[in-house]
Design a binder for this molecule. Sequence first.
Ligand code: FEO
Length: 392
Amino acid sequence: MREIRTGVIPVGAIDWDRRIFDELIPLPEGTTYNAYLVRGSGKTALIDTVDPTKEGELFSNLDELKVDRIDYLVANHAEQDHSGTIPRVLARYPSAQVITTPRGKDLLVSLLHIPEGRITTVQDRETLSLGDRTLEFIHAPWVHWPETMLTYLREERILFTCDLFGSHYATDEPSIGDLGRVYWAAKRYYAEIMMPFRGLIRGHLEKIAPLPIDIIAPSHGPVYLKPDRILAAYRDWVSDQVKNEVVIPYVSMHHSTAAMVRHLEKALADRGIPALPFNLTVTDIGELAMALVDAATVVIGTPTVLTGPHPSAVYATYLVKILKPKTRACGIVGSYGWGGRTVKEITGLLQGLPVELLDPVLAKGLPGPEEFRALDGLADRIAEKHRSYGIL
Ligand code: FEO
């Protein structure tokens, strides 16, 4: 095991084969569950644990390092991929005390039945001495659960951030200099997990800005040896700045909606606007989420099934709603056979998202010249909007 700094050692596990997380999020590149041993002159801390399926690797790493005592087990986050092995660590190291936020304690007790007496809560900016080293705890709620915190190892200027800044990226290279090939995995991670909390993350970035940080050590993916790059990427993603792009999640049963989407793509391209179509039948929703990070406009394409939108379009629209992207305008295009409530259902799903709804374009059956003209009109309207945002 390679030390990040003297006495700061990754002891977590690599999950090369995992392909889905929370039964929702695709993991095309696997993931890691990072845990870190921090040795001080007086005390030893373990920062986070691993998914319970990988507890063998954690214990084998601790054995290899001949760790016979852990004084503090820092739980930055209570989700089970980091906390699930805490009960086994506590059983193996009877003097270990869990360190977490008050909300973290509540969750660890309810999720894992950890005895309250084994948990010590810390307030925001509270510190804990390991002898010659100091841990400072920085409350950072909602990245992405309410109890989350960051842990700063002052003397080494290392910020342990758990999920924040993480990437689902299995690698046996524990650290990286440049963001390079991890950029897309980190963006995908942000899109799927962190984007709904964009405003709060802006606050967290301001809170940590005064800290000198040499290393960011998240609990998924590699450690960042040049943290400026990932911090700059996050500042871009959480900003209100949108890009001149239109994301089009669509599904088509008999090619009519697809024909409308193809026409709209071309009309947008003619106006200098890149379209990013996602055929929902084959879409990796992580790719869709990533596209939503920047796009100024989203257009949902759906046929009418029975009396409403296709279930795949409902799923995608709901995803847009809960991921809360910075998108400013939304449109609907699609085809129907004999009526229905497609527009009403889709706009209902989008309610609460601060977007401007553009006039929908629906075709009865196969689209013809009239519908294609209406799609040109929609492209004109989108171009007008993008010009007003200063991006076209
Ligand atoms: Fe990696 Fe929210 O757990």
